[in-house]
Ligand binder design. Structure first.
Ligand code: NAP
Ligand code: ZN
Length: 347
């Protein structure tokens, strides 16, 4: 099997370091992609450091992948050599269960094949992600990337973009609605851009006073500091939808009080530990506390097309792969504006 250069974690306690992996031969339905950029998601940090449990090593993270098609299998019809292409959080699913039939491959009843820290549908072959030079993916799980887009900024759309786009669509966000985005990081900054582009009135709820000017530049109509208790009084009962992207444990009850009657708070942030939710936070006002996981393949394509039409990309700091461990530390210290994007030509 052909090999490719990569960066891998060998355990939860060791830094990422150069590693060689094999990629399968290009099958009839496969696309071989030369990876140009890969975004750095907080989920990469959670999984490399085994904060969710069950991590598989060696682990080559990365599920915000864009690059150029280097080769296609003989049955491939949607891609040609030289095309731009993207890969997100999944590389396969059973394709037949009720969830897959609805285009919700992320909820595949057999468990989707995640791009890394997982296995293919044979449940034996480990998957390795985008901190590498090349990847081979079935064309059904490969996304089209519009020519002319900035690739470093497009990469984070494959996770941060779809993870915020999908709940905004599911809860039918649009003009006349008040949306609060909680936490201004990689997901949060995409949430602000997308909710504003869909016509909603957007408030950024953040612990970082220093991000106010950025929040407004990204499209937020208002900024509210959540370290100030007065914010929770002032904004009580205000929002139709709250999109919570916070990566660390926090008090959900305080945020639920900011919803209108029939409002919903959607968790996309995945902190390793839980905080208790009071029944009374939901009962008064018939409120919904929900969650959302990335988005299906068709919806990911819809999001990429929406972003291309609205000229939306992530705000990125491009890094060399050799800076990845420092980037993780900075992300945990809340020092990223607003996504690291790895330039794989440095590998
Ligand atoms: P990120 O760039 O690190 O952003 C997280 C933001 O949360 C920070 O910028 C900060 O915003 C806020 N925050 C961090 N620690 C906090 C604390 N202790 N209290 C309050 N606020 C805090 O991370 P990301 O890549 O956007 O990912 C966010 C979370 O979503 C992670 O848990 C990740 O695993 C998860 N995720 C879920 C999905 C899904 O499908 N559901 C997909 C991708 C990622 P402020 O400075 O503005 O307060
Ligand atoms: Zn992610």
């Amino acid at each position: 099997m052909p090999t490719t250069k990569a960066y891998a974690a060998q355990s939860a306690k060791t830094p990422l370091a150069p590693f060689e992996i094999s990629r399968r031969q290009v099958g009839d339905h496969d696309v071989l992609i030369d990876i140009a950029f890969c975004g750095v998601c907080h989920s990469d940090v959670h999984q490399v450091r085994d904060e969710w449990g069950g991590s598989l090593y060696p682990m080559v993270p990365g599920h915000e992948i864009v690059g150029r098609v280097a080769k296609v299998g003989r049955s491939v019809s949607r891609f040609r050599e030289g095309d731009l292409a993207g890969v997100g959080c999944m590389v396969d699913a059973c394709r037949t269960c009720p969830s897959c039939a609805r285009g919700l491959e992320q909820f595949c009843e057999q468990g989707a094949a995640m791009t890394y820290n997982g296995t293919l549908m044979d449940r034996a072959t480990p998957t390795h992600g985008g901190y590498s030079k090349q990847i081979v993916v079935d064309e059904q799980f490969t996304l089209r990337v519009a020519p002319g887009v900035d690739l470093a900024s497009a990469a984070p759309l494959l996770c941060a973009g779809i993870t915020t786009y999908s709940p905004l669509r599911h809860w039918k966000v649009g003009r006349g609605q008040r949306v609060g985005v909680v936490g201004l990081g990689g997901l949060g900054h995409m949430g602000v851009k997308l909710a504003a582009a869909m016509g909603a009135e957007v408030t950024m709820l953040s612990t970082s006073r220093a991000k106010e000017a950025d929040a407004r530049r990204l499209g937020a109509h208002e900024f509210a500091l959540t370290t100030d208790r007065a914010t929770f009084k002032r904004l009580g009962g205000r929002f139709d939808l709250l999109l919570d992207t916070i990566s660390a444990p926090h008090d959900l009850n305080a945020y639920l009080a900011l919803l209108k009657v029939d409002g919903a708070m959607v968790l996309v942030g995945a902190p390793p530990a839980a905080e208790p939710v009071e029944a009374f936070s939901l009962i008064g006002g018939r409120k919904t506390l929900a969650g959302s996981l990335i988005g299906g393949i068709a919806e990911t394509q819809e999001m990429l097309d929406f972003c291309a039409a609205h000229r939306i990309g992530a705000d990125v700091e491009v890094i060399a792969i050799q800076q990845i461990n420092e980037a993780y530390d900075r992300m945990v210290r809340n020092d990223v504006r607003y996504r690291f994007s790895i330039d794989l030509s440095t590998l």
